[in-house]
Every structure is written in C-alpha cells, then in structure tokens.
Write a protein that binds this ligand. Sequence first.
Ligand SMILES: Cc1ncc(C[n+]2csc(CCOP(=O)(O)OP(=O)(O)O)c2C)c(N)n1
Length: 894
Amino acid sequence: MDMSAPEHLLRQTDTDTQETNEWVEALTSVIATAGPERARFLLSQLASSARAAGLNWRDARITPYINTIRPQDEPPYPGGADAIAIEERLAGILRWNALAMVVRANRAYGELGGHIASYASAADLFEVGYNHFFRARSADFAGDLIYFQPHSAPGIYARAYLEGRLDDNNLAHYRQEITAHAKEIQGLSSYPHPWLMPEFWQFPTGSMGIGPISAIYQARFMRYLEHRGLLTTQERKVWGVFGDGEMDEPESLAALSLAAREKLDNLVFVINCNLQRLDGPVRGNGHIVDELETLFGGAGWHVIKLLWGSDWDPLFARDTHGELADALSCTVDGQLQTFAANDGAFNREHFFGQSPGLKALGDLLTDEEIDRLKRGGHDLKKIYAAYHAATHQQGRPVVILAQTKKGFGMGKAGQGRMTTHQQKKLELDDLIEFRDRFQLPLSDSQVEHLEFYRPPADSAEMKHLHERRAALGGFIPQRIAGSTTVPVPAMESYAAFALDADNKEMSSTMALVRMMGGLLKDAQLGKHVVPIVADEARTFGMANLFRQVGIYSAQGQLYQPEDIGSILYYREAKDGQILEEGISEAGAISSWTAATSYAVHGLPMMPFYIYYSMFGFQRIGDLIWAAADQRARGFLIGATSGRTTLGGEGLQHQDGSSHLIAATIPNCVAYDPAYAYELAVIVDDGMRRMLAQQEDVFYYITVTNENEAQPSLPPDAREGILRGLHRIKQCDNAKLRLLGAGPLLKEAIAASTILHEQFGIEADVWSVTSFSELARDGMANERARRLRHADTLPWITQQLGDTDVPVIAVSDYVRAVAESVRAFVPAPYVTLGTDGFGRSDTRAALRDFFEVDARWISYVALHELYADSKTDAEWREIATQLGLDIDKAMPSTA
Ligand SMILES: Cc1ncc(C[n+]2csc(CCOP(=O)(O)OP(=O)(O)O)c2C)c(N)n1
C-alpha cells in the first residue's frame, strides 16, 4: 500500500445512495434488536460470501480519522469536572517548570541542550497516567512499569518537584550532573539513565527504539516469570510512552507480532502522535496515525485512535453526512501541522473554508474557540477513556495513537513550528504568553527569572496530586534495587569436570553448556538461571537442555513434535525455562535485559544469552549499552568466537572485534578464556560478584567450538585468571615471553616448542584471559601513581617483572585488543592479531592467512630477538624453514 498518498483515505464514490442506506439501516436495526454479536456474525458471513464470489474484498485496515471510542461510550471522569480542572492546571504548571528548567540551563550555559516541545505535547498523556493509572510499587503491589519518552524527561522531573521529591537545586542542575555533584546535589540527567540516577529511573530509553522493544520483552518476561511460578505479576501493566517519529526505528516495530502472539494484555503503548519529529513532519504527505494503525492492527494489537477532543464532539454530531470526518481523513499530516502552528482565523479560512458544509460548522465557533479546539491527546476526558479501555482489554496488547500538537501552548514561539524540537530559548514576550495561556500565578518578574513554581501545600492542586499518588501506591518513577540474594553454589558442584579435566578433549562451548546444565540442576540457583538463544541452541550443543528444562511457550505445546521419540526432543512447555527467541538478536538481548532487571521485580535472575559472537556487540551493541546503563547483571556468551577459530564460515560470521567493543563498556567484564578451568573460575566469580555481592557488572565471555585437550586447574591460578594473566609454562633462562589469548594460546604454546626444538630458544608462555581487565587495571594504577594516591603496579607489570625479555602477544581479535596493554608491559612488546575481513577456510589456513599461527609467532619472536643481526637472506631461510610465505599480501588489505 502506498502510505504516502492520501487517496487511500478517500471514500469510494457512492453510485446508489438509496441502496446504501437500506443496507446501513438493516445493519443498524440488527445491532439494535439482536445485538453486536449477531451484527459481527453477519458481517463475517457477508465477507465470506464476498470471498466465495471472488470479490477479493478485505476490510481496509484503516478506520476513519476520528476517535475509536464514541462519546457515549466514555466512562465518567473520576472526580468529574473539578478534577479535570485541577489536573489541567497541574499540567500547565508542569509544562512551565519543565520549560523553565531547560531555558535556565541554556541561559546559564549556551552549550546545554534540552527539549521543551516534546513534553509540552505529552504532558496531558502523562498526567492522566499519573493521576489515574500508573500504579507505584507499594507494600502489597509490585508496581506498573513505565517506559518514558526520553526527551520528555524535564516534565517527569517537574512532576517529581511538585511531589517534593526534587527541589529547586535539583531542577537548577538539569544537565549539570558534574557541577551538581561537586556541590553534593543530585543533578538531573538529560534522559532516563538508571546508571546516573539509580534511585529514580528504571529504564534507559534515550536511544530511540530501545524503549519500545524493551517494553515488549519486559511484559513478556513478566509472563514467563508468572508461568514458571517465580512471580505473581498481579495484573501489573507495562506502559510505554513513545514518539510517533520513534516508531520509524526498526527496533520499535520489531517485536509487535510477538506481543500479539503472546497475548500480552499487560502491555499498553501510548504513541504521542504530534506528527512531528526533529527535522519536520513524520509523514508530511500521509497520516502516521493510519500507518501505525495498519502496522499495529495487522500485527494483532488492539488499536485505539485518540484524535480529537470533546469540543469536536458537537461538530461531529452535526456532521451527518460525514463531511467533517472525510475532510480530516483527507488532510495530510504536514497540513495538520500547519493548522497547529496557526490561529483560529487561519484554521477557519483554510480548514473550515473548504466547503459550504464545513464552513457552516466553523460558523458555530468563534476564532478563539477554533483556536482552542483540542486534539485528543490534550483532552483529559478522552485520554482517560482510552486508558480505561486499554487497561480493560483482554487477550491483546493495546496501542493508543494519541494526536497532539508539538510544543502545545508555546504559541508562535513553538507550537507546531518546524524547528520546535530544538527550541530552548524563549523571548520574554513568549514566556509571558505561555504564562497567560496556562493562567499561571506568576508575576512578570518571576517569569523573566524563570522561577520554578510549586503551589502551596494546602492548594487544591497539591492536595489532589498527593491524594491521587497515595491512591496509586506512591511515586513513580522510582528504582528500588533491593537486596534479595540467591546462594551461589560451589563451582566444584557443577564444574568439577572442568577443574579436573586431566587433558580430556572438549571445546569451551561444550564446557559452558555442561556447566549451565549443572547450574540448572542446582536446588537453589537452578530456577533463577535463564538460558536465552536466538535460534542457535543446536549450533552450541544445547539441544539436551530442550528436554531437561523445556522451551518456554505461553501456550505450552499444541502439536506432537516430529522428534517426540528422541530423548532430546523439541519440548515446548508453559513452564519451560529456555527463552528461544528465534532469529532476532535484538529480541534475545531485550529478553536478557528484562531478565537482568532484579530492580524491577525484586527477584534476582541469572540470564545466560548465548549467541554467535559476531552478532552481538556489532549487531546489537546499542541494546547492550542500554543494558549496561540499566545496571544489568548476567552473562553474555559470545560463542563460535574468534576470527580464525570459526573455520569455514566466512567474513560475516567470524568475529575479530567483539572484545574491542566490550572493553568500551565500563561495567562489562570481558574474558576470552582458553581453557575450561579458566571458564569455570570466571563463571564462578561472575556469579559471586553479581548475585552475592550485588555488583552492577555483567560478564561477556567468548567461547569457541574448537576441541582441545583441557588441562586441570593449576593451584594458585585463580587470581591470575580473574585479573587477566597467568603463567602456564615457565622455563629456565627464558629469552622470550609468549602471551596467548583464548583459542590462540595453543599456537603460542606450539611456538614455544618450535623455538625450543628448531632454534634452541626457551620461551615462557602466559595465558591472557582478559586484555580489557589488564588494561583497566593498568590505567587505574597509572592514574593512582600519577595523582600520588598509591604506588602499586598494574597486574601485568608485576607479573612480567623487572626484566626486558621481549613479550609477544597474540589473540584471535584485531591487534588493537592486545595493543591496549602496551603502556603497562615493562619490556619490548610485539602484538599479533586478526585485522582484516574473515573468509572461509580451515582454521589452519586462516591462521596462516592472518599470520597468527605457531610458525608466524615463532618468526616474529625470532625477529624480535635478532632483527639486525641477520641478513635478508637469512630471514628468508628461516621463513622457508618455518614454511612461511613472507611475500604474501598483508591480510588486512587482502
Ligand atoms: C537512535 C536515536 N537516534 C536519534 C536520536 C535523536 N533524537 C532525539 S528525539 C528525536 C526526534 C523524536 O521525534 P518523535 O519520536 O516524533 O518524538 P517527539 O519529540 O516529536 O515527541 C531524535 C531524532 C535519538 N535519541 N536516538
């Protein structure tokens, strides 16, 4: 369907009105006499007859550009007109304080940004939620979860100010967190950031698209916890308030069908359709509301259009021929924006002036009244009706498409203006106009000085605000981390096979899956473990878990699986433990994040999301960043990792960079272990830090599918493994130190043998389990020394000791990973890595290609020792002896 053309909105020409009327009357009479059920049945019958007759007819998924809920179906507003009047005044005050916060910050420091127009348009949508629907966490109710539109944050702070949770100082330090901290004040972060405001924000939504997908998977995870008997969700709701422009992000729409398939009636999206995004209209030449109606409706959501305020109702009532509804359907969004930006006289001329019928409707109103005609998202009564219907909807998620005006109330300075998104300076006249528009009790001088306003404690507004929040259980947003712990089992109970491996062959992936199998059986921790995959469980040898713990499915298993006879059959169950997300890494990581939200449900869980490492940080890095901001705790397992270790797969699968990106996330603890025993020590440490000590860190561990002989855990190795470096081979009189990471440790060991056997040179070998942990420790020690806080040495410096024996480091990642510790290596240092495009071949061919196998390591090591003391011819001889082609092209350019 061509959504950009308005023609689809036009009604088809009626060639026989009398016949049409007869049909319509017949239907109306059925509804009146036999009821809506019967009417629906008849319509379905007509549709099947039409299909049988080959009419190829289907209902257009777009309803007219009017409200879904009819005025006569609206429930009474709690507290009636008085409550509406008070809440409107509150919304005005909140808009003012939000505006003042942004303009003040910008006046003080021109470089500080902020947004006024978005909250100005969303304020009423939020207020109805705050006053009537959003339930806080209280003693006997765990609370609704709200995903706030990020750049509406000033309004959320403004409300916390009225509630007495923030004071003038906080508001005066919006976007000045560092300055505030120095004065021992809590500054206010630009967007919702649980990392920066851990007692306030629950979910980071600042990157568009992350809020919507996270909200869906959060609602789904609540069902998972409920079905597994871990949590009573008590009809808690997940609300998401998002922008219409934000819906263009692929993540925003990616999980709509999942939400409908899983019948998530605990989920309500409110899309603030102010028809504008940052640069201009969202769909200037069409209707974003209609487009979203088809997308959400098509996916199976219940759609509520909330387009026009109550003052339009009398106009629609008189519009017996549907002329007004048709005119609105045919007015594209760009034009609706222009109407929003202009006054009553303009609207009279250009909208109502379109036809005599419309003009007659317009004539019923003064210019002032036309100017004040509300869009649905600014009418509390209409919003209440929509939310009420949404919270009573059963069996389906609900989306409310609420039409608003961007910059509502900002007058000529901003309402509906193309540039309004970034408006953060307002002239005095505009501020005065704003005050008058919302009838704020502020003097000209208070307006000029942008004073924050909080009504007196005994005012009707404040009493109402507090009464309503008390009735809804307290304040939101609020993040409560809690302190519930789960006992962590001794690693011997689930990883004895790895600690005492005695050179048995296995891959680290196999070891990890076996450990998980053991953890899942643990009497206390077991049920808290959440294995997550994105259609790769078989790739990672996890099929045995299908039978052991089952795959979660809200419907259980409605079919007999083809492999029912096998002991590893594909078992779906309502209380299944594995989250099998299908081919959606974005979905799987959103599930992982939901499963790390101990602060949301007061229930610690321990998710393991296992995926192709290439499709992690690179593909869904921003979702991981958001999880980090949300103080996620859990394991990310980058499987089939390493540029040369995943033989045969080629360049889009072979990961040589994930550790580089992982190192940039401050609370991500990343490891690239070589041995199963290293893996066991790391998993044990991770669980202790995250579950027992409740540290806000998460672990990224790469595992590989290459089988290797697995040694047993040497005594005293634990500290080195966790700090990133431990020695596994020590020689007398070593002339070289070889550092190998992950799968390439064995190449370093083999190089030490070549050097010894062919060249009579001894080399110590070290296993690097984490370059990023070594680098962090290095930077911390370096700084502490420089600032005279301490004079300790980094772990890597201590371990490599006071000698200038050259160090050669190799990893299956780009060289920058090993380079990250250069400053802390107290001797000549050479790095090898896998820079360049991957390609498909055997591991041996790949390691030769990237010049990281034992022979290349040997050559580089020798060169480090004897660079100048041998001739070109002698180096060629050595290369030949090692079987190397030193004239080959550089791998990164090949
Ligand atoms: C991933 C991402 N891209 C871009 C931005 C910058 N950005 C912030 S708000 C915004 C426009 C939002 O428009 P809309 O969703 O319609 O919300 P409105 O402000 O109009 O209510 C943009 C582009 C962002 N925050 N995240």
